[in-house]
Design a protein around this ligand. Structure first.
Ligand SMILES: Nc1ncnc2c1ncn2[C@@H]1O[C@H](COP(=O)(O)OP(=O)(O)OP(=O)(O)O)[C@@H](O)[C@H]1O
Length: 285
């Protein structure tokens, strides 16, 4: 079966393992001069209805940073993430996005993936007839090809895949199952992180990776993400809940409202949101 590379793979660099404290210490130095993603006045509409959803988003993500985007239901968080990876439901109507010094908006979705952008979706899709190991080996080899490295056979990839399975605390039989077919909600989320671990990314966008996870799964996922993060890659996560923020220690917390980032702060802003709701931190109301 012919498969194109998913938009959440990055061929450029495999993640190295580091602790979150190592990452955080290095961030101060790395972030000052290494913007990874620069979003300026980004505007986008739904193709089908012409309805404008993003109304001037501004955001800079530097290497080593962990950004959390929060906000009321329907404020545009997922749309923002999907526009970044080039989802065809949306048309950019203004603004700019520079990723690693290149115009992201001129790239096809697959090119964005090859450039180092990974996105996990709220509802990961099934790929009937394709096993997880086939899928991962295919994507892993696509990256190797891009790097000018020889492709590896399934057996040669196996030790690498096993190492990543352990990272997300998944059983080996997940590799033999078809991608997301029959997976529980939590298993799908773990599988997304397995894909991130195998493929790596310069910028990982995780859209509500914490939704539907039990406490143990949430900890496993957060631990895996923390091990994937290094001083030179970054995370942009969308969430409604504090629990994952406590585990992933965001350097920046943003509140999206009406298609804009209305407020940016640190983890302390989440306390105000939890106590008094979004109205307490909104700059637009
Ligand atoms: N493809 C689409 N077709 C129709 N409406 C859409 C589409 N994509 C987004 N919308 C609408 O745009 C608005 C923003 O949606 P989006 O999913 O970005 O919000 P969100 O902030 O991620 O919400 P939530 O917290 O509930 O996940 C919503 O009103 C949604 O219904």
């Amino acid at each position: 079966m012919a498969l194109s590379l998913p938009i959440h793979s990055s061929p450029l660099r495999f993640p190295s393992i580091s602790t979150s404290s190592t990452r955080r210490r290095t961030f101060v130095v790395a972030s000052a001069s290494n913007p990874l993603l620069q979003v300026n006045d980004l505007r986008a509409k739904i193709v089908e209805s012409d309805l404008e959803i993003l109304r001037g988003v501004n955001l800079t993500v530097n290497q080593g940073e962990v950004h959390a985007v929060m906000g009321k239901n329907g404020s545009g968080k997922s749309t923002f993430a999907k526009v970044l990876v080039g989802h065809p439901d949306y048309e950019v109507t203004g603004g700019s996005v520079v990723f690693k010094g290149e115009n992201l908006l001129e790239m096809e979705p697959e090119e964005r993936s090859l450039a180092g952008l990974f996105m996990s979706f709220q509802s990961p899709v099934e790929i009937p007839g394709v096993s997880n190991d086939e899928f991962l080996v295919m994507a892993y080899n696509a990256r190797r090809k891009k790097l000018g490295l020889p492709e590896l056979g399934p057996l040669e990839c196996f030790p690498y895949l096993m190492e990543k399975l352990q990272l997300v605390n998944m059983k080996p039989d997940f590799l033999n199952r078809n991608v997301n077919e029959g997976f529980s909600g939590g298993e799908r989320k773990r599988n997304e992180i397995l894909q991130l671990a195998v493929l790596g990314a310069d910028l990982a966008i995780l859209d509500e990776i914490d939704s539907g996870l039990d406490v143990d799964a949430l900890r496993d996922v957060a631990n895996a993400v923390n091990r994937i993060l290094t001083p030179s890659n970054s995370l942009l996560m969308i969430t409604h809940y504090r629990r994952i923020l406590d585990l992933l220690n965001p350097t920046h917390v943003h509140v999206m409202e009406k298609g804009q980032i209305a407020k940016t702060g640190d983890i302390s802003m989440v306390e105000a949101i939890e106590a008094e709701g979004y109205e307490s931190v909104s700059a637009l109301t």
